[in-house]
Ligand binder design. Sequence first.
Ligand SMILES: [Cu+2]
Length: 560
Amino acid sequence: MTAFDRRTLLQGALSLGAAGLLPGWATAAGAQRSPPALSGEEIKLTVGHTMAKIDGKAGHAVTVNGAIPGPLIRLKEGQNVRLSVTNTLDEDTSIHWHGLLVPFQMDGVPGVSFPGVKPGETFTYEFPIRQSGTYWWHSHSGLQEQMGHYGPMIIDPAGEDPIAYDREHVVVLSDWSFLHPHELFRKLKVSAGHFNRQKQTVAGLLKGQDQSLKDRVAWGQMRMDPTDIADVTGSVYTYLMNGHGPGDNWTGLFTPGERVRLRFINAGAMTIFNVRIPGLSLEVVGTDGQLVSPVTVDEFQIAPAETFDVIVRPTQDKAFTLVAEASDRSGMARGTLAPRLGMTAPVPPLRRRPLANMKDMGMGDMHHGMDMPGMDMSMRAQSNAPNVPLTPGVQTISPMPMDRMAEPPQGLEDAGHRVLTYADLASLYPPKDPRPPGRTIEIHLTGNMERFMWAFDGEAFGPLKKPIAFQRDERARVVLINDTMMAHPIHLHGHFFELVNGQDRQPLKHTVNVAPGGKVAFDLTADEPGDWAFHCHMLLHMHAGMFNVVTVRPLDGAAA
Ligand SMILES: [Cu+2]
């Protein structure tokens, strides 16, 4: 048997056994340098119902071209593309090209940029490709994204790629539930802690675990639960790597000594992942499609909608486990990097779940015991957010929100190895717009944890919500203040913003995860005219109302 035959057979066996619904690129990758993809100027996509098989169990999915994740779309900077999307569902659908700079009518958000794609109809998106990097796409209709309607997109640079690599793998992380997403949402509305199986126990108290009795009483009085790290957990989620459950073990191949580029995309609806590959250093070279000065770490956190490009260089002829642990440690997505198919490496056990602390409540470094003069330390003081109406949706207002970008992300404080922080990220290139921001806008991320209410500035999105307006080409600083105990990955469509993270070359991103009780500033040059969605990328937070429209005016051809 030739090597080619054996490989074909092995792949055939895999796709029959485990990979019923997987696109070609997500099955165990063969010897090619890059995964197979849809390319060219004309791309056809069909949205429909399918039965997915996840770790051997069947479930109802909404897919594009019949697979989870959907097809890898691979384009080249400088080309034009026409993507026709046919809807075979009995409800509206859409595709948003996440991180792409497109005319706003092509951005794919029903009710904001276009009417959506009706059942039985085809909508053709058409735009020039003005950028390169690792991106993805997903439905912006209802809760379809939770049911499998997402996929990766790679854009190769027009010139030589500044990142040297011998081989690449796309690693799409996501979360799958056999429960319908509307049922997930309903259960959270009835009881926000519904899926948390890791609450503190009396037995734990007696054993000296977790919080002291005094802290438990104090947190109980505030009606806060420090084990509330994720809303939807491993109790109902199977965490996926390229559509494979942990049992199906997606495997990516390498030849020892190669520089392997891993393009991580978090397409999870509600899950923050902590990613590591025991035995390998991770050289982070990009985030959200934009290149950064290389940073070498052992672990990084990736929030929903973010992407990270990472170079690894395995030199030994052995397998390595790709670990993507849910941030609340209730489960993991798992895969393998190996020189040959069928090899595995030990899978580390889930680490102990983190506990939220006073900083996560927006109370700063309270253990210093300092009383801040003029600062009202109550948890709902109007003086700490004068512009936020104290609606029932505002359970708390952080009295002392801190910039936490230089801290390891939640739960990784004691990881015992190098962990990426946002402050480590510096753009590979100097800024395109060196102007200082002309004004500062403050936006509060608010919530009522008990009632699963989420919003910007206390008022859920609706027809009366005032949009956030920018003058075209204006340079502004936006400060996001998290008044809740949950992290919120905030995404702006149609633009990249610069994280104000202390670096001279502020890194460009389209999504920033604002730590609990934290604050984040970004600088924005509002140079893409139109109406753009701006929202939390926790799907159920967006669904609850943490969403608004950003307008950039004047439009092309309009009077200034
Ligand atoms: Cu959120």
